[in-house]
Design a protein around this ligand. Structure first.
Ligand SMILES: [Zn+2]
Length: 167
């Protein structure tokens, strides 16, 4: 092998090494970023609710989970928040988004068996901080379309916070 060939081979090997190292790091970070810090569920890209807490940005799994953190000041003082438009994945300032509460699609708890207990023979679902579901929308019109398809009720940001405060 000529010296130049050896150099080319070495450079190629280093490049592969560096690339896979960063790919691995990226995967790790992505995994870390993929868990909700409030309930340890996966954060789905369509329902993520980002909020500033003590100046740090955190991503909650869904608006309801994030609003619980805001209302109860979990993990610190909450600042600005952003919801994700379910239809487009676009980030929307939380206070300007419109929400549908209690639609039939359960994003966070999807696939989980509902936890129920039966006082007096009536099956009642255990408390779940992500339920009833809050889905966020960029416009009230989109929220209404969703509500017509999946049920639930249309709420403003303030109304959604009020509802979270009560349950
Ligand atoms: Zn959560």
């Amino acid at each position: 092998m000529k010296t130049s060939e050896i150099i080319v081979t070495l450079v190629a090997l280093i490049a592969i090494g560096v690339t896979s190292f960063f790919a691995y790091r990226y995967e790790q970070q992505r995994e870390m970023a993929g868990m909700c810090p409030f309930c340890d569920r996966m954060v789905h890209s369509v329902t993520a609710y980002r909020l500033m807490i003590d100046g740090h940005e955190m991503a909650a799994c869904c608006p309801r989970c994030g609003m619980h953190a805001q209302v109860n000041q979990e993990k610190g003082k909450p600042g600005k928040a952003w919801a994700t438009d379910v239809n487009t994945g676009e980030s929307v300032a939380a206070e300007s988004a419109t929400y549908v509460e209690g639609g039939e699609i359960q994003y966070c708890t999807h696939g989980n068996q509902p936890v129920t207990h039966e006082p007096n023979g009536v099956s009642v679902r255990e408390y779940d901080r992500c339920l009833p579901t809050l889905a966020a929308f960029k416009t009230p019109q989109e929220a209404e379309v969703y509500q017509q398809q999946h049920g639930g009720r249309v709420l403003s940001y303030t109304e959604a916070l009020d509802s979270v405060r009560k349950q």
